[in-house]
Design a protein around this ligand. Sequence first.
Ligand code: FES
Ligand code: FES
Length: 152
Amino acid sequence: MKLSVNGTVHDVDVEEDMPLLWVLRDELGITGPKYGCGISQCGACSVHIDGELVKSCQVAAMDVEGEVTTIEGLGTPDLMHTVQQAWVTHQVAQCGYCQSGQIMAAAALLSQNAAPSDAEIDEGMSANLCRCGTYPRIRAAVKTAALQMKGA
Ligand code: FES
Ligand code: FES
């Protein structure tokens, strides 16, 4: 099976029903997407497929059509995505476990809504849970990223 992740095509040989999250982490060593619940409840495993936000624990790798982007492909420490920069500015992360999923959700939200209201941010981020309670800083960082993208 061929799987394109962060601009690289991989040939993977796995069970047909193996979730994308397992393939990313265990086969390809891409550990940004986290295993939280495995049942579509937490969003820690969030990635993009052709820009759409997807919970990678919920899709079989063999069903993936399109380019998979994980946090590793969104930006790099040297060339961060605007959302990643805003996360640093606001020091959003506490334990950090949920944060790659949060950032992927925020990037997807801003690609569809360039200027989300508080309610739209809360709604757009509602599928991503953070046990540390970083929600106020997430909201602030999304707003900062929106402003920066607008000015770009
Ligand atoms: S691990 Fe996928 S939603 Fe929780
Ligand atoms: S920062 Fe710890 S779970 Fe979100």
